[in-house]
Every structure is written in structure tokens, then in C-alpha cells.
Write a protein that binds this ligand. Structure first.
Ligand code: TK8
Length: 339
């Protein structure tokens, strides 16, 4: 009897160690091709981070999973790619939060002006419970939100004259991102706001279909807007995040190991991208100056006047987006500010 017991124990131990070794050696990862699209050109923060992400996926999967990156909106504008992901005809992308607001209106909170003061505050809110909850809201719409990259604090450029005060925006045809909040805010500031996909923007500026636009300095530099926009006003009016997205239809076909791998690679890309974006901002400012842009920084007193001007539309959109959500966002920013 003792012998049988010992034998049973032994075979149990063998069985347990076999399963453990098997799971560690061969994760459930299949050969996959992932198409990853983005709107900026290859030589941009987005391009560099996309290549980093692709390499990370290769590394973690021992080359089984391959990511092909497509820049310059060659797979479509942010909106078009979002739809392709929902339809399951494209696997992944990165794009701004603004056009996501047409699917999950709450993403419009990031277009409310003058909320964040620093990238530290933005990181804390985005990586905190509120940012994560917004990502989860995408699932019901057919998208998996993985991580936030930094697009950054937006500034104004135009081809007419320096913008020193809000009144200088009067009559300026200004391209804005495609959602109600962005449109309402810039109209309230006195501009003539024109919603348009980013992919059409350079040509629109060049042909003077629009007079101006707003984007972080990294994008103004990498998209060469300085060639067609002599005036830059540092306003930092909005902090726009980018979201790395996967098609839910496609995501559901992945094994848990594959999903975890993509999540891990995405988290690494976020850290890489934010660091790169912040370093690149300083370089971009220098390049813009060298290329002859006339740069002014809007004064604090003027920001206060702009805030006053937009307050009625901020109140209106706060009601539409959800007063509790906006309050929570403001509280989280305050908390991050105190730390
Ligand atoms: C790139 C856009 C861009 C955004 C915009 O596809 O639309 O102005 O700032 O980064 O997402």
C-alpha cells in the first residue's frame, strides 16, 4: 500500500511539472500580421513610436507576430481608420481622442480648453481611473483602447497675423478637429471654425482654404506647417491625447497570451513615446524658429480673458458630456497638481 501511494505521488509530481514546463515553453502565440495605421508622417513622434511598438511585438513573440506600420494616413484619416477597426478590416491604429467623441461622446472632455497645466497632470489623469474608464467605454462600440500616447499641448498657427489677443482670431478660418466641442470652443473665441480631417490639412493651408490650425509644436514641425504658416502663438489651450486602438472584432480572435503580449508591447510604447515627445518638443521649437516662424506666447492675462469668452460654451458642453465626469476630471487634475 505504501508503495502504491508513493507511486501515485510521483506520477502526480511528474504530471504537474510537465504542465508547468509546457505552458512556459510554448505560449499560445500564432503567426499573425497586424496592420497599424497612423496619421502623421514617418519622421514624427507617431512614426518613431509606431516602429518601436512593431519591434516590441516582434521581440516578445519571437517573430511570430508581425506588425506593419502605415503612416501619413495611408490607411485613411483617424475617422476612417476607426471605422475600419470597428468593421474588422484593419487591426490597429493610433489616433486623437477628438474624433473618438463621435463614438463615445465623453472623449470630448479633452477638447474643453485650459484644463491641464502640465504633462505630469495629463499622465496622472489618463493613466488613472478616469482615463481607464473612458478606454473601457470604447469596447461597446467595437474598439479596444490600449494606452494613451502624448499628442500634446496645442498651439495656434495662421497665415494672417500674430494672435496676441482673442480678438485677433476674428475672421480667421481655423481648421479644428472633428467634434462639436472643438467647433464650439473656437467659434466662441471668435474664429471661423472649419472641421476637417488632419489628412487634408496641409493642402488646405497651402491653398488657403483655411488660414490657420492648432496642433502641438512637434506636429507643426514634423508636418512642415511652417512652410505655409508664418505665425505661431503658444496658447497651450488643450492637451490632446492619442489612443492606441485595436479592432474588437480582431481582438476577440486572439488568444489570452496574444492579448497580453500586445498589452505589454503597448505599455512599453507609451513610455517610449511620451519621453520622445517631450524631448522632441524642445527641438521642434528651435526648428520652427530657424525656419522663420514668428512666435509669440499668449499672456496669462489674455488666457484669463479667453477663458471668460469660452465659459458659456464650456458650461453648455459640460452639461452635454456629463457634469459629474467633468467634475471628476477637474478633481483628478487638482489632485495631481497637489502632488
Ligand atoms: C493625426 C491627428 C493629429 C491631430 C489633429 O492623425 O487632427 O490635428 O492633432 O495628431 O490625430
Amino acid at each position: 500500500m505504501f508503495k502504491t501511494f508513493k507511486h501515485t505521488l510521483l506520477s502526480l509530481a511528474v504530471a504537474v511539472s510537465c504542465t508547468a514546463a509546457g505552458a512556459a515553453a510554448a505560449q499560445d502565440i500564432k503567426p499573425r500580421l497586424i496592420r497599424f495605421g497612423y496619421g502623421l508622417n514617418d519622421d514624427s513622434v507617431q512614426g518613431r513610436a509606431a516602429r518601436f511598438l512593431a519591434e516590441e511585438v516582434t521581440k516578445l513573440s519571437d517573430g511570430k507576430m508581425k506588425m506593419r506600420t502605415f503612416g501619413s494616413a495611408s490607411l485613411g484619416s483617424d475617422e476612417q481608420m476607426q471605422n475600419a477597426l470597428v468593421g474588422g478590416v484593419q487591426e490597429m491604429m493610433v489616433g486623437s481622442t477628438a474624433p473618438l467623441a463621435t463614438m463615445v461622446k465623453e472623449f470630448g472632455v479633452f477638447d474643453l480648453p485650459f484644463l491641464f497645466n502640465s504633462d505630469k497632470e495629463a499622465d496622472a489623469v489618463l493613466d488613472g481611473p478616469l482615463g481607464q474608464r473612458l478606454l473601457e467605454m470604447l469596447e461597446a462600440k467595437g474598439l479596444v483602447g490600449l494606452v494613451y500616447w502624448e499628442n500634446g499641448f496645442r498651439n495656434l498657427t495662421n497665415s494672417k497675423h500674430p494672435v496676441v489677443k482673442a480678438e485677433d482670431l476674428q475672421g480667421i478660418k481655423l481648421r479644428v478637429m472633428q467634434n462639436q466641442v472643438a467647433l464650439g470652443v473656437f467659434n466662441a473665441l471668435g474664429a471661423n471654425a472649419v472641421p476637417m480631417p488632419f489628412s487634408e490639412l496641409f493642402t488646405a493651408l497651402e491653398t488657403r482654404t483655411v488660414d490657420g490650425q492648432e496642433n502641438p509644436v512637434t506636429t507643426i514641425q514634423s508636418s512642415k506647417f511652417y512652410e505655409v504658416q508664418p505665425f505661431l502663438t503658444i496658447t497651450r489651450h488643450v492637451y490632446t491625447p492619442w489612443v492606441v486602438l485595436a479592432s474588437k472584432k480582431w481582438w476577440d480572435t486572439l488568444t489570452p497570451d496574444e492579448q497580453e503580449l500586445i498589452r505589454k508591447a503597448a505599455a512599453a510604447s507609451r513610455d517610449f513615446e511620451r519621453k520622445d515627445s517631450r524631448a522632441d518638443s524642445e527641438k521642434a521649437m528651435a526648428t520652427l524658429k530657424q525656419n522663420g516662424m514668428k512666435i509669440n506666447v499668449v499672456s496669462e492675462a489674455e488666457v484669463a480673458r479667453m477663458r471668460e469668452k469660452v465659459q458659456p460654451v464650456v458650461d453648455k458642453y459640460t452639461q452635454e458630456l456629463g457634469p459629474e465626469l467633468v467634475k471628476e476630471l477637474q478633481d483628478e487634475i487638482q489632485k495631481a497638481r497637489g502632488q
